[in-house]
Ligand binder design. Structure first.
Ligand code: EPZ
Length: 430
């Protein structure tokens, strides 16, 4: 497996192009299954998770055509998905195991074709990751659901029926799945306690362009008036707020200055406020965020992860790395996932001073220096946090299990190298 080597101590300066959003691309690609016409999606990032989802769609019978293009100075891809007649309504274990977001085929295939078999994703490193909200909501909409041999087998007679569903947690995944399913249901569906993450608003704007009738974007109550048919469109996905937030921390931790091109500050208000309180200068322009931490002493700030617009759990590990080398103490509380502190023992091996209390909170006391070490992590964001720590540690840090990073950070070494980091990939064969 590839590794990443980083020699710490270089402040980062320059421009980082922020890519299309992974967590928006995944449901939006699956929304293409709701129509038998071609759907073209622009600004799709070059990521392993996209390749995994494309492989699943290929086995469902989708025709996929990808083309490279430049958008605002950044190389990206435009992909056309066309599913005139699926050859399979099964999402097998091998695909779902590799990428949990494969579960986004559930709502679209069931609504359009009346049957789907989805391998249950099961738990993962960050938590149990249940699917109860997806399944009970579909049952309320008239689906017959059975769990057999590790698969969810869902059927409907005729069309799904509009229903009033209320989520016990504002789940991003369930909101996307039920939204997509409800577009083709008979009658009106109301989702209460829906997620309000920007990826949901982007999905709604795409579905409405395809002919759906959805009201309530950016609020926690969504009303979907079902229609009989959706049609093909071209849609450009938003940029990745979590990637932008991750590079913002890279500027702060190295006491450098980065301009994050194509980043949208509106999606990052809570994390940017934390950076400002810590002493980082943030400037927002029409299409970029400038993060400047030169000649600043940073002070630790408490963070508490929450549903959007709260502090995103997907930036918790990166901010914790920053707190490790900021003055004073910071309380980090993880409120979304029950097991998302796997980076703590690795950061401590690099000299961080962290005390975990229970499974949800950790006190980080800033230290003057971290020292390099071989480290590894079991999830994407935690792996980026270790890269951040490596950027300021004394010596040469080796981050193992790079495939996590390849799932969610496009051209990571190239982006870091271009702004002055001493970083390289060590190929398995080297
Ligand atoms: C999405 O996961 C993201 N993944 C995650 O990002 C992110 O951490 C998470 O949302 C929260 O923002 C994708 O978009 C592909 P949820 P998702 O359903 O949709 C509970 C990354 O690093 N819940 O919003 O799977 C659940 O246990 C990844 O890119 C239920 O109880 O998360 C959790 O506490 C990691 N029952 C909370 O809701 C359900 O049926 C939020 O989960 C579903 C969820």
């Amino acid at each position: 497996m590839d590794k990443i080597k980083i020699v710490g101590g270089h402040p980062l300066f320059g421009k980082v192009f922020i890519s299309g959003a992974k967590n928006t691309a995944l449901p939006i690609i699956c929304a293409s299954l709701l129509t038998d016409e071609p759907v073209t999606i622009k600004n799709i990032p070059f990521l392993a998770d996209i390749t995994s989802l494309n492989n699943l769609l290929l086995q469902i019978g989708t025709k996929i055509e990808a083309e490279e293009e430049f958008l605002n100075g950044h190389k990206t891809q435009k992909i056309t998905y066309h599913t005139p007649k699926p050859t399979s309504l099964v999402a097998p274990y091998d695909y779902v195991r590799k990428m949990r977001a494969s579960y986004y085929v559930l709502g679209p295939l069931l609504a359009k074709y009346g049957h789907v078999e989805l391998s249950l994703p099961g738990g993962c490193a960050i938590g149990a990751r249940p699917m109860d909200i997806h399944l009970t909501s579909l049952e309320q909409m008239g689906a017959h659901i059975e769990i057999k041999n590790g698969y969810v087998i869902a059927d409907i007679e005729g069309r799904l029926k509009g229903a009033h569903v209320s989520f016990h947690a504002a789940s991003v995944g369930a909101t996307c799945n039920i939204l997509m399913a409800a577009t083709l249901a008979e009658g009106t569906t109301i989702i209460e306690n829906a997620a309000k993450e920007p990826e949901i608003a982007d999905l709604i704007s795409m579905l409405n362009a395809m002919g759906a009738n959805i009201e309530g974007a950016n609020t926690s109550t969504l009303t979907i008036h079902g229609v009989e048919k959706l049609h093909g469109i071209t849609h450009q996905i938003i940029n990745d707020r979590i990637e932008a937030g991750s590079y913002a921390v890279a500027a702060a931790i190295t006491k450098g200055r980065l301009e994050l091109i194509n980043a949208n500050a509106e999606y990052l208000q809570t994390p940017l406020d934390i950076l400002r309180k810590m002493g980082v200068k943030i400037e927002v322009t029409d299409n970029s965020i400038i993060v400047d931490a030169q000649n600043t002493t940073l002070h630790g700030e408490d963070i508490y992860t929450d549903y959007y617009p709260g502090f995103p759990t997907d930036l918790q590990a990166q901010f914790m790395a920053l707190m490790c080398v900021s003055e004073g103490a910071a309380l980090v509380t993880e409120n979304i996932w029950e097991n998302r502190f796997m980076h703590v023992p690795e950061l401590m091996r690099m000299g961080a001073n962290i005390n975990v209390h229970g499974h949800a909170s950790a006190i980080v006391r800033g230290v003057e220096k971290l020292s390099a070490a071989p480290v590894m992590s079991t999830d994407l964001r935690a792996s980026f946090a270790l890269i951040l720590a490596g950027l300021v540690a004394e010596g040469e840090t080796i981050v193992n299990r790079v495939y996590h990073l390849d799932r969610g950070y496009e051209h990571l070494e190239e982006k870091f190298k271009a702004v002055g980091a001493e970083i390289e990939r060590i190929k398995e064969s080297d």
